[in-house]
Design a protein. Structure first.
Length: 213
């Protein structure tokens, strides 16, 4: 049997208050279960998106490193390294958030994801098309990795919210609602006992009065 709520007086006013709390708790429990189920659906949708993003990132990285090997074979490792140091800084990432069922998840956008040969910063006179191809492939790979980071972070945040919602559902279902209902039952029982006691008291008083008269 669930524990009773401490400090509750067995009065009709308290009984009405507790009945209202039971209704609110059951409504909250229903809404939280709906939220939990919706979050789980969204979680699996984003999980599928993450699988695709991971495959895409892995494919782009394989292509980028293959292009890098060709560039190194064409120009030499030292020259490619010099061009890498001469290149402009990696483009920044702009971030903001969006809401999925009330959960704020990140949105990451890579600035200047694709740059022209001139914009990359290394010299053109003593380089080759293989180096340009490798740079282009790494730009594509970077964009894919940023996309993967976005969806994987979203998965973690959704999983955390699902776990939190589950705990709240369980707390209402297994602790609060049974405790409220048990207290309502206890107050009803006490009120019935008090009514019976008052009835017998009145009956005794009536019998005493009748005996005197």
């Amino acid at each position: 049997m669930a524990d009773l709520i401490e400090g509750v007086n067995p009065t009709r006013m308290e009984l009405l208050k507790l009945k209202t709390k039971v209704k609110l708790a059951k409504k909250g429990h229903r809404l939280l279960k709906e939220k939990r189920d919706a979050l789980i659906m969204e979680f699996f949708n984003v999980l599928e998106e993450a699988k695709g993003a991971r495959r895409q990132a892995e494919a782009r990285l394989r292509e980028a490193f293959a292009a890098l090997i060709l560039a190194q074979a064409s120009l030499g490792v030292l020259k490619v390294t010099e061009c890498a140091y001469a290149a402009k800084e990696t483009p920044g990432i702009e971030s903001y958030t969006r809401s999925i069922m009330g959960v704020r998840v990140p949105v990451l956008e890579l600035q200047e994801a694709s740059r022209s040969v001139i914009e990359r910063g290394y010299g053109l006179a003593d380089t080759s098309s293989q180096l340009d191809e490798a740079a282009a492939r790494f730009e594509e790979a970077l964009a894919a990795v940023v996309q993967l980071a976005e969806v994987e972070r979203s998965i973690k945040l959704l999983a955390k919210e699902i776990e939190s919602t589950k705990r709240r559902v369980n707390a209402l279902e297994n602790v609060l609602i049974p405790r409220l209902e048990a207290t309502v039952k206890y107050i009803k029982m006490r009120l019935d006992e008090m009514e019976r006691e008052n009835f017998f008291k009145l009956k005794r008083i009536k019998a005493m009065i009748e005996a005197r008269t």
